[in-house]
Write a protein that binds this ligand. Structure first.
Ligand code: GCO
Ligand code: MN
Ligand code: MN
Length: 389
């Protein structure tokens, strides 16, 4: 494979958040190690490295207390930088976690004034995103949780969240923005426990909304792995339900704090299954990298990090195509799901079919004779991943 095959192109839909390339390496124990990179510069770096899109929280671009005139100037300059860099804004979101006013939640806060402020801030962030052309609006409730359950009943929080999302959907309709909302789960951090802990929680919540068709999920690799889950399985369930509106790609070692590592850097095998899934089903949404460079890096290292995310995705995409085209793998796949003649049909219920099923005699010993060579299948996968096949 020549190197040029791994060049990112617009059709790959690779995007990065302003907050990811602009991450200054601050952590709970230490201060920033990199200078502040202005959003206009981030847009041009993204153009330079071949990305397609840039995403943002309201305050990544416009400071929280900017005057309307300042806001308009900043937006104008940013739009120009995006145009010059050939970069689009596919997704916008709102920061409901940084300002201390959200110390006890935003949409689920006990204080009705905080809930109203959170809603106002989100409406304005929707206005901003729409102005920049975003069609996806992510909601990550980082502060929607507790350290102690003494402060509110958890079902009350769910009701408040529903009320807020319903309100946002109505505003979306009233303004004609045509956003699709993508809800992002996380089990903890910054709160001790966040209410909507996993993508599965959100998939259960969405059908209870007034406009469920407008709302999907934004699963993040690190977040599901923090919960000890198989990320690809959650993504597959969201996809199958028609709810995979966006995706946050990064990596994470099990049992750690939210590391936001370069995509595929910690567990390339699970990244492979994920990429294979997204490519097999022809997911055509953005591939958003919600990760950041090691704290050791300068801004050249940040470019290495961002290029690495895209390169690893494209390498794994090529490996997935190789896996699908592999004759030995395909033979095993056929063998393990082949039906024995006479097996009762079970696709859907009918009275006749169920009578046939009930009267059928299963030869369990014969069934047990069938080979399930998953060791071989997995080793073929490893051979492909390690580049010897
Ligand atoms: C995190 C989250 C965020 C969100 C972002 C979009 O753990 O910090 O992943 O990066 O994705 O705030 O709402
Ligand atoms: Mn995220
Ligand atoms: Mn995260």
């Amino acid at each position: 494979m020549s190197k040029t095959n791994y060049q990112p192109k617009p059709e790959h839909k690779f995007s990065f958040g302003l907050w990811t390339l602009g991450n200054r390496g601050r952590d709970p124990f230490g201060d920033a190690v990199r200078r502040t990179m202005p959003p206009t510069e981030i847009a041009s770096v993204l153009g330079e490295i071949g990305a397609w899109g840039v995403n943002l929280h309201d305050n990544d671009l416009v400071p929280i207390d900017a005057t309307p005139a300042e806001r308009d100037r900043i937006v104008r300059e940013f739009k120009k930088a995006c145009q010059q860099g050939g970069i689009v804004v596919p997704m916008a979101t709102v920061n409901l976690f940084f300002h201390p006013v959200f110390r006890d939640c935003a949409f689920t806060a006990n204080d009705p004034e905080v809930r109203a402020y959170a809603l106002q801030k989100t409406l304005r962030a929707m206005d901003l995103g729409a102005e920049l052309g975003a069609k996806i609006f992510v909601l990550w409730g980082g502060r929607e949780g507790v350290e102690t359950d003494a402060c509110r009943r958890a079902d009350e929080a769910v009701k408040r969240l529903r009320e807020a999302v319903n309100y946002l959907c109505e505003y979306n309709i009233a303004q004609g923005y045509k956003y699709r909302f993508a809800l992002e789960a996380k089990p903890n951090e910054p709160r001790g426990d966040i209410y909507m802990a996993t993508t599965g929680h959100y998939l259960g919540f969405i059908p209870t909304l007034d406009h469920p068709e407008m709302v999907g999920v934004n699963p993040e690799v690190a977040h599901e792995q923090m919960a000890g889950l198989n990320f690809m399985h959650g993504v597959a369930q969201a996809w199958e339900a028609g709810k995979l509106f966006h995706i946050d790609l990064n990596d994470q070692a099990p049992g750690r704090y939210d590391q936001d590592l370069r995509f595929g850097s910690n567990n390339p095998k699970s990244a492979f299954w994920l990429v294979k899934f997204l490519e097999d089903v022809a997911y055509d949404g953005p591939r958003h990298f919600d990760a950041h460079a090691y704290r050791t890096e300068d801004y050249d290292g940040v470019k290495d990090f961002a290029r690495g995310c895209m390169r690893t995705y494209l390498i794994l995409k090529e490996k997935a195509a190789r896996w699908n085209a592999d004759g030995d793998i395909q033979t095993i796949l056929k063998e393990i799901s082949a039906a024995v003649p006479g097996t009762p049909k079970t696709g859907s219920y009918s009275a006749k079919g169920s009578a046939a099923l009930l009267s059928h005699v299963f030869d369990k010993d014969a069934i047990m004779q069938k080979r399930l060579p998953y060791e071989k299948l997995d080793q073929l996968t490893i051979d492909i991943l390690l580049g010897v096949r």
